[in-house]
Design a protein around this ligand. Structure first.
Ligand SMILES: Cc1cc2nc3c(=O)[nH]c(=O)nc-3n(C[C@H](O)[C@H](O)[C@H](O)COP(=O)(O)OP(=O)(O)OC[C@H]3O[C@@H](n4cnc5c(N)ncnc54)[C@H](O)[C@@H]3O)c2cc1C
Length: 536
């Protein structure tokens, strides 16, 4: 694949740019930015803005001090130059090089960060198109950022350049029950979309746990999922149409307000989950569905994890399709008991939450059947929730699992692996063996119905290189086991930087090469989110 190179023309779009008044330069600014900011991979792991820049200072030979100052000056000029050029293209108020803004746009919720040179706050498709057209001509990296709530370093601008934020493109353009669609800009917060759709009696079901913060554009780019995806499907299943700005600035639309469409290839499927590497999504037409009349829940405690996992299979065998089915292991339960009090859960080392929804009479009778079934499967105790407020209390307890693990004082490396549903018990048994062999605690809980069990390695200090090496070795063992057992290394969060090491093996060489070919066609200059999983 073609790499970012330094052969591009340093082309201002507007020859009357005030930058033309800058003193003559020996080196073209974008070359400096690239040589200064192009990190050795290690530079991005957990380094702060200042730390990442320290590689710029140590680049000189001979007289380190003066070279460092010269490099810093050149970098500052180059940064200013790029910002001025973008202001020429976009107008005032949309471009920033303020240090606090740069720092804020350097990382997400994972352990890597690297500063961009410039942040662009796009306000329209036209802004995105102009930015990409400019970056394409000048071979400048562009990393799209939704809300920056990703778990895998996907929006980290590894090669500096431009971070394009969609935060200001946050309008809900239309909610149409007649057509069963909602049309939104990418920066809309997922939870806000859900609320707005529910306010008219309809529903947008994908429910990542981060929905109060993450953007719908980020969900599309990572094909986000959540507990209710068991019955309702992941983000991909709700995307009917996209407007995408291609790497060279051209604007393309695929799909629309129609619920069936077999015109050409499935380009929507290509862009959903493409992690900002194939184009920038600027408008989304999402499918909405009538909101189920009501829901009910059962929360059951089992003597051990295998009995809870067996109950999962029994539920399906009996013909039920719950809207959510969440399982929890002993480690996580113990952490929750320590945080919330020992009496929150009766004794038992496996926990299962079952949610069903639909018409009131159907939900009532299904709850009765499920109660009997869970008892037969060996549940120690079962809590039933029929009212909305009781259901919410159970979900709140489920959300506390993450915080309980955090309160152990350990750092949670959240791995969203997926295994065939029949292998849930093997997975958790394997996690226990791995725990013994590596000395790293493992907490398992998650979406049992999808086989998507968050297998969290709990480490004391991931910034410590020795601990990190041990944790990465354990992850390597886990991912190999998952792949050998027909699973995948990510079901929800994406590959980003976090799983880049394992992607070739996960995809296989032929599929990896095809991914690279598609990238080459859509982004020949390699400017979109470079440094992520398609780089060699
Ligand atoms: C506490 C917590 C809980 C979470 N729970 C879940 C969960 O249940 N399910 C789940 O799936 N994920 C979950 N996540 C992960 C995360 O929330 C999702 O990956 C979410 O989709 C990220 O959205 P974002 O707007 O923050 O995207 P960002 O982090 O900003 O970006 C993510 C990726 O998408 C690309 N991108 C963003 N916007 C666009 C666009 N408009 N066009 C093209 N590319 C774009 C970026 O370049 C990057 O590669 C969780 C994260 C946290 C912190």
């Amino acid at each position: 694949m073609k790499k970012l190179d330094s052969q591009s023309e340093y082309g201002f779009e507007n020859p009357s740019s005030p930058l033309m008044n800058l003193p003559p330069r020996k080196t073209r600014p974008f070359e400096i930015l690239r040589s200064g900011n192009t990190p050795a991979p290690e530079n991005v792991w957990g380094g702060s803005h200042k730390e990442a820049n320290s590689s710029v200072q140590s680049n000189g030979a001979g007289e380190p001090g003066s070279v460092a100052i010269a490099d810093q000056d050149s970098k500052a000029i180059a940064q200013q130059t790029m910002a001025e050029a973008l202001i020429q293209v976009l107008g005032e108020g949309k471009v920033s090089i303020e240090e606090s803004v740069i720092t804020e746009h350097s990382g997400d919720k994972w352990f890597a960060n690297h500063p961009p040179d410039v942040v662009v706050f796009a306000e329209s498709t036209e802004d995105v198109s102009k930015t990409l057209s400019y970056a394409h001509k000048n071979h400048i990296p562009v990393t799209t950022r939704g809300a920056g709530i990703g778990y895998v370093g996907g929006c980290v601008p590894v090669y500096g350049g431009i971070v394009l934020s969609t935060a200001r493109m946050n309008k809900i353009l239309d909610i149409s029950p007649d057509d069963g669609v909602a049309v939104v800009q990418p920066g809309v917060v997922t939870g806000d979309l859900q609320k707005a759709v529910r306010a008219v009696g309809w529903d947008y079901p994908p429910d990542p746990a981060s929905l109060k913060e993450c953007s719908i554009g980020g969900n599309v780019a990572t094909n986000a999922g959540g507990p209710r995806c068991l019955k309702y499907g992941v983000t991909r299943n709700y995307i009917l149409g996209l407007e995408v700005v291609l790497a060279d600035g051209r604007v393309m639309r695929c799909g629309g307000r129609i619920h069936k469409n077999k015109t050409g290839f499935d380009l929507i499927g290509l862009f959903v989950g493409s992690e900002g590497m194939l184009g920038i999504v600027t408008e989304i037409t999402a499918r909405i569905i009538p909101k189920p009349q009501c829901r009910g829940m059962l929360a059951a405690i089992f003597p051990d994890f295998p009995s809870a996992a067996k109950a999962v299979h029994a539920i399906f065998q009996a013909g039920h399709l719950p809207s959510a089915l969440e399982i929890t292991d002993a480690f996580t339960l113990e952490a929750a008991r320590q945080k919330l009090g020992r009496d929150v859960f009766p004794p038992g080392d496996g926990h299962l939450i079952v949610e069903i929804d639909g018409r009131q009479a159907a939900v009532d009778s299904e709850i009765e059947e499920l109660y009997e079934l869970l008892l037969k499967c060996g549940a120690n105790e079962i809590l039933i929730a029929r009212e909305e407020v009781e259901c919410e209390a159970i979900w709140q307890m489920r959300r506390e699992f993450s915080y309980s693990l955090r309160d152990t004082g350990l750092i949670k490396l959240n791995e969203d692996i997926v295994v065939p549903r029949g292998k849930l018990v093997q997975l958790v048994n394997f996690a226990r063996v791995m725990e013994k062999e590596t000395g790293i605690a493992v907490a398992c809980f998650g979406h049992a119905g999808d086989g998507n069990i968050h297998t969290n390695l709990m480490v004391d200090n991931y910034d410590d290189p020795k601990t990190r090496a041990r944790a990465d070795a354990a992850l390597d063992i886990l991912f190999h086991w998952v792949l050998d057992n027909g699973g995948v290394i990510t079901g929800e969060h994406g590959v980003g930087l976090a799983k880049k090491l394992w992607i070739r093996q996960a995809l296989g060489e032929t599929s990896f090469a095809l991914h690279q070919s598609l990238k080459q066609v859509l982004d020949p200059n390699g400017i979109l989110n470079p440094g992520k999983f398609l780089d060699d």
